[in-house]
Write a protein that binds this ligand. Structure first.
Ligand code: PXP
Length: 246
């Protein structure tokens, strides 16, 4: 994404839930492509979309429209299936983040079990890489998952921040420490660390301050806040909170 300034923490905005609201009525409004344009105006660095197997929010036809609506790089979140691989190879997004969709693909923390699924993931990662798509694995902040990403040749891991976001009391510092340590471990091993899930105005800054992190992907909270303040304002505020700690 922003390759000119590696110190800047990129903000990828996940616009899936614009499509969730659209689909509630079955029409064309609100349009995720319009949301992508507003994200670009507001200082977002990328657009993240998750084409789920059940198409519960983003649909196939949204992918091209969203990509055509802004010059921002697209990060396609996808399950490790032949169907999604074929779609990714057709659309050639800037990045593809492999996420778990079924229970058996996850670790207890909700991340992809990259360590337990090497053989299934290896051909998918290599075909995406061969197509010039930057592959990321959405994993728990766990050394085994980083090791698995290295074995798979994935250049990026995105740490699942759900445990951190849901932690209470002393557990918050413990969960933050794991992400701090794993971001350092990933970077030391040549893997670019990203983070996302459950991030809000209240909890983003300790994560944004982790120096090795290159990108945060944030969706649900920003779209929720947009109901009250507008999408441009919610993205700008998140951007400002991230910049304050860098
Ligand atoms: N990163 C990944 C890989 C995700 O799957 C999600 C959720 O769709 C997010 C980031 C964003 O999480 P949230 O919507 O909770 O901000």
């Amino acid at each position: 994404m922003n390759v000119l300034n590696p110190a800047r923490l990129r903000l990828g905005v996940n616009i899936d839930h614009v499509a969730t609201i659209r689909n509630a009525r079955g029409g064309a409004h609100p349009d995720p492509a319009r949301a992508a344009q507003i994200v670009a105006q507001a200082g977002g660095d990328g657009i993240t979309v998750h084409l789920r197997e059940d198409r519960r929010h983003i649909r196939d036809e949204d992918l091209q429209r969203v990509a055509d609506s802004t010059g921002l790089p697209i990060n396609l979140e996808m399950a490790a299936t032949d169907e999604m691989l074929e779609i990714a190879l057709r659309h050639r997004p800037h990045a593809a983040c492999i996420v778990p969709e079924r229970r058996e693909e996850r670790t207890t923390e909700g991340g992809l079990d990259a360590a337990g699924q090497h053989n299934r993931l290896a051909p998918i990662v290599s075909r995406l890489r061969d197509a010039g798509i930057r592959v990321s694995l959405f994993v728990a902040p766990d050394p085994r998952q980083i090791e698995a990403a290295m074995k798979l040749g994935a250049p990026v891991v995105e740490f699942h921040t759900g445990e951190y976001a849901h932690a209470q009391g002393e557990a918050v510092a413990h969960e933050l420490r794991r992400i701090v340590d794993m971001a350092a471990l990933a970077a030391k091993n040549g893997i670019e660390p990203h983070a996302g899930h459950g991030l809000t105005y209240e909890n983003v800054q300790p994560i944004a301050a982790i120096p090795q992190l290159a990108e945060l992907n944030i969706g649900h909270y920003l779209i929720g806040e947009a109901i009250f303040t507008g999408l441009e304002a919610s993205v700008q505020r998140m951007r400002a909170l991230m910049d304050e700690v860098r």
